[in-house]
Design a protein around this ligand. Sequence first.
Ligand code: ANZ
Ligand code: ZN
Length: 931
Amino acid sequence: MQEKYDPAAVESAAQAHWRAQDAYRVTEDASRPKYYACSMLPYPSGKLHMGHVRNYTINDMLTRSLRMQGYNVLMPMGWDAFGLPAENAAIKNGVPPAKWTYENIDYMKGQMQAMGLAIDWSREIATCDPDYYKWNQWLFLKMLEKGIAYRKTQMVNWDPVDQTVLANEQVIEGRGWRTGALVEKREIPGYYLKITDYAQELLDHVQVGNPQATLTGWPDKVRLMQENWIGKSEGVRFAFTFTPGQGIPHPQPLSREQERGASGLGLSPQEAFELGRMYVFTTRADTIMGVTFCAVAPEHPLAAHAAQNNPALAAFIEKCQQGGTTEAELALKEKEGMDTGLTVTHPLTGQALPVWVGNYVLMSYGDGAVMGVPGHDERDFAFAHKYGLPIQPVVQVGDESYDASQWQDWYGDKERGVCVNSGHLDGMNYATAVNTVAAELAEKGLGEKKTTWRLRDWGISRQRYWGTPIPIIHCEHCGPQPVPEKDLPVRLPEDLVPDGGGSPLAKHEAFHAGVTCPKCGAPARRETDTMDTFVDSSWYFMRYCNPRDDQHMVAEAAQQHWMPMDQYIGGIEHAILHLLYARFWTKVMRDLGLVKIDEPFTRLLTQGMVLNHIYSRRTAKGAKDYFWPKDVEHVFDDAGKIIGAKLKNAAESSDGLLPAGTPIDYEGVGTMSKSKNNGVDPQELIAQYGADTARLYTMFTAPPELTLEWNDSAVEGSYRFLRRVWNFGFKLHGMAGVTAAIAALPAKGAAPSAPQAHFGKAAKALRHEIHSVLGQVDFDYQRMQYNTVVSGAMKMLNALEAFKGDASGEGAAADDVALAESFGILLRALYPATPHIAHVLWQELGYAAVMGDLLDAPWPKADAAALEQDEIEYMLQINGKLRGSITVPASADKAAIEAAALASPAFEKQAAGAAPKKIIVVPKKLVNVVV
Ligand code: ANZ
Ligand code: ZN
């Protein structure tokens, strides 16, 4: 055995051993309980970052610890290989996205192997592989058949210079990322998936507090984010009629059928406009008597109508449509509006109300129009203040007094509110008022109660090259036709280099060559749009169960064996879209008879971000340079508080080479990122300390779900700990008594052989410590709190290092047994975190010869007998002050403990002959004597 800990040698030996055994290949072995643990598949960006290291180490610890406990564990890995960065890299470097992607995959796979992850590589998937995306196409066609996929026009970002559609992330402050041209909105056809048909089920299964919820193994935070995204709102939908005589359609009475409109779901804003109506959706029909204006979205037909001969309004509408229009962006925007000059009629009072265009009204939600109740809606309140519109309070809570100059939280409280200033509604609570108003509106044929959802159908068409081709053929005569199943996959040519000007597929004649209409046989052209990459990641985890099946998308037996996944691990950034789409896709597959599960992921762990210090400096030109943490040191004040930073060494900057000592701005900590120069490269870390240190450090520094703040000296500390483990192992290796004791340990499956009576005092104390820490470690493994698993291992090593055999009990041999047993427990407790060093020590010291390979070694169980103590130490207090301790037999009763306390030298010294007034005994902890 090597005397010195040499991580590189240890790690390559362990990895060679695992490779030779094909140690991580799993099959559907029904004799053991299954466990499917999976990390979200990475994008092959080029190299691993610390977030990956953390994510996969968590997964690996889970996998290894469960395997030792007898589970058949699946830990697969794959690549989310389609997407925009590959195209951008291609534009920049002139390399085809396929080549770039496959090279990155190779490199990152090598990095993962160097980390010693227990991945079953035989199940590897790359989503850009035709054997994989063929099934995206196949399922899409099934969805088309069932009407779950459909075609409609969609709004896209259009770059007028490059003549191309831009992804949202390519629009920066309203301009194209490459050309800087002002981006226009265009309507083009695209494909949608009806996720809205599943809204109720998606909500029920995830909602906190819902009796139908099954995703109780997910963090509440994520469940709530999904609930909000799905956004179920119960309220009333009703129409304001146009006040006659304004040159807009005259309101007409409608039958229920007419009101349902062409879609059957109610008139669209345009249809309603033509019939003299403007629908709104409100969750607060109880405030209907407080409406003082209405507001419509800039895209609403009423706005368009009013703008026809109002250039100022037309300009305002255009301005609203520039820049971001996502809800998050709108929420941050200053509320702005303009009067249309048109009025609508209040359905209950008959009052004429002005209609404004408001930038805070979304065309895509409800009916694209709101009733403005500034008295009780915070946004309307701000809007009314800005434009001098009247504020009319109509809800009273307790004896609060309404002050129209300032918003107060109770104005929006519907739970405790009672209607006031509302005529016949006065005195009603929320529910009664809403029911009354809904009934009156229904009576007038103007509206009814309605549930509105925030969730929209999922648009999957992307005008990009590097994605799954949508299997559609366009025929001049027959329109869009599905590609026949036998012709799948529609292969994506892999040798194209996009140039930024539109999809190269459109210009690539070979892609269309020989294509004919499946219906009439006329020459035709392929669809050139590709699928959103969220499609790829919506079901890859099911494909891992039968990755090479070329006859089926998913194979029944394998699905039933592995799915649902027991534990999914990934970043919080995927809390909404990816997880929602994957849940939806699973339900669609269920309804198509492909799988039998309702939900794909039983438990979810969202790991925290990895943070590091951020250091910057303004350049002479006013831009910002960021500096590597390794080049900077903190400047402290007298109290030890960080007040700034300076360069530790000379460093390059935009202003040239800066000398050591140059002051630098300290920005605090933030997520590691390339742009802030504060990333730590896992490769460098592994080269310097080894993978085990990288793994141990990321596990030890914080619980998996919390953020991890980088600390170089703690990395060093992790390394030193492993070196101590090695040194201790080396010492034991040289002790013939210990190696003999290891060889005599019970084999796997055999009963423990050493009875408690065998051990002397020191050995009992060691075993007591090791087994009680083991109990804690075991519990922490179950709850995946891996940071305290590592600290438990540290405690074990401390106890082992401090151990001095006293050759009591059955002599020195019993001490050796205690050492052999204890170190074997430490190695197993540590192994899931640092498998290489644990594996090599396990082999070298002879544990493997007795208990087999560490991969499947028996998980140690805390020995109840070792936890029993012969003697207990009590802290001794005199008048509440700690004065020493006493040791009494574990069997001592209260009287015996009191007597021992009074007989102790500490008491005699402190009490100086005074009589005790009172003695308090806290069992197993402390005795306090009052004199
Ligand atoms: C009047 C009112 C009074 C409202 C009040 C709220 C409070 P949730 O809960 O998210 O569904 N709203 C309706 N359609 C909108 C749109 N297209 N763009 C922006 N806002 C819209 O929100 C429902 C409330 O959001 C509705 O209830 C409406 O304002 C507004 F004291 O109507 B309310
Ligand atoms: Zn045709």
